[in-house]
Design a protein around this ligand. Structure first.
Ligand code: NAP
Length: 321
């Protein structure tokens, strides 16, 4: 893949060394770059394979403050990108293939170039696990969602499906009963992984129906989801549910493969922060879903980006002093 230089306000073709390199271009990465660029830190974002992150796969965003009528996910991310470029960030749409945080300046290798940085902000996010059922990709953002907080209100008075048996699935199912008529929880086992307290809350909720030992076979619809075919793997029985949507809540994979062995990760593979947004490597910071498996919202990722940028600026100032 060729590095595509998108910044309109610089000539970075020969520039390979930056005050800060931000890996990832979701709300955390863009917000961090807006802050570091405004602080006159020479900033490069290497955007990765999906510039804009998870919001590029959503439709309406109603819970990001400042947009009274809501905004489309891709529009929000395009606006963040334009803001970052206007303030002075250089953005390269390339993928990082290797990093070397053992020596300073840090080295970051993409498919086409090697870059150096005094500081790095890791903002690579997390990827929701996919069910792998037929129609899942086709109906993504057209009834198939990976975030109940984001999309739940669009399913008022509908019957919907939640897939999964962990805390997220229970939390999402309970949350979705505020809007939905009925919530079918589809779980592949006959026992939940969720904590006892979450299980009890879900069992008490009259709007939730559990389907045990059941897997999703196919998602069908026209413009949007209208039916989901599920299979009881014990009874070997297929059933078609007439529903308007599917919320997949089977966990996330933090995008940290690149950093294994160099940055401390927690037992689930998320970046383990040491002190605010600092990682175990001095000069390397992290922001957003790559370390936060609790909130996972665009606004919280953006806030973590801001925090990491302020920490970077402080770190660079202290090193010069
Ligand atoms: P999780 O605990 O890993 O649970 C994932 C669930 O999805 C499991 O029930 C698993 O089934 C199922 N699953 C995984 N892959 C699947 C597949 N390919 N097809 C069908 N089902 C699949 O993930 P999580 O619920 O997102 O939670 C992540 C962490 O955050 C956990 O530590 C959790 O406690 C925490 N969390 C806490 C709260 C809270 O306390 N309020 C809320 C959300 C998350 P099996 O059980 O069969 O493996």
């Amino acid at each position: 893949m060729q590095a595509e230089i998108r910044s309109e306000n610089k000539k970075p073709e020969t520039k390979r060394k930056f005050d800060v390199i931000i890996i990832g271009a979701g709300p955390a990465g863009y917000t961090a770059s807006i802050y570091t660029s405004r602080a006159k830190r020479d900033t490069l974002i290497i955007s990765g394979v999906l510039p804009g992150g998870q919001l590029m796969l959503t439709t309406e965003v109603e819970n990001f403050p400042g947009f009274a009528k809501g905004i489309l996910g891709p529009e929000l991310m395009t606006a963040m990108r334009e803001q970052a470029v206007r303030i002075g960030t250089t953005i390269i749409d390339d993928e990082v293939v290797n990093v070397d945080f053992r020596h300073k300046p840090f080295k970051i290798l993409t498919y086409s170039e090697e870059y150096e940085a005094d500081t790095v902000i890791i903002a690579t996010g997390a990827t929701p696990r996919k069910i792998g059922a037929k129609g899942e990709q086709e109906f993504s953002a057209r009834g198939v969602s990976y975030c109940a907080t984001c999309d739940g209100p669009f399913f008022k008075n509908q019957d919907i499906v939640v897939a999964g048996g962990g805390d997220s699935a229970m939390e999402e199912a309970i949350f979705l009963t505020k809007f939905a008529n009925k919530v079918h929880v589809i779980h592949r086992k006959d026992i939940l992984r969720a904590s006892k307290v979450m299980q009890d809350r879900a069992f008490e909720n009259k709007k939730i129906q559990f389907h045990w030992n059941t897997v999703i076979e196919e998602i069908k619809g026209n413009q949007k989801v209208t039916q989901i075919t599920v299979k009881d793997t014990v009874a070997n029985k297929i059933e078609t549910l007439e529903v308007g949507g599917l919320f997949v809540a089977i966990g996330h994979e933090p995008n940290t493969k690149l950093f294994k062995g160099q940055i401390d990760l927690d037992d689930q593979g998320y970046i383990a922060l040491k002190n605010h947004t600092h990682t175990n490597v001095e000069g390397v910071f992290a922001a957003g879903d790559v370390h936060d498996h609790r909130y996972r919202q665009a606004i919280t990722a953006a806030a973590f980006g801001c925090m990491a940028a302020i920490d970077v600026d402080k770190y660079l100032s202290e090193r010069k002093a």
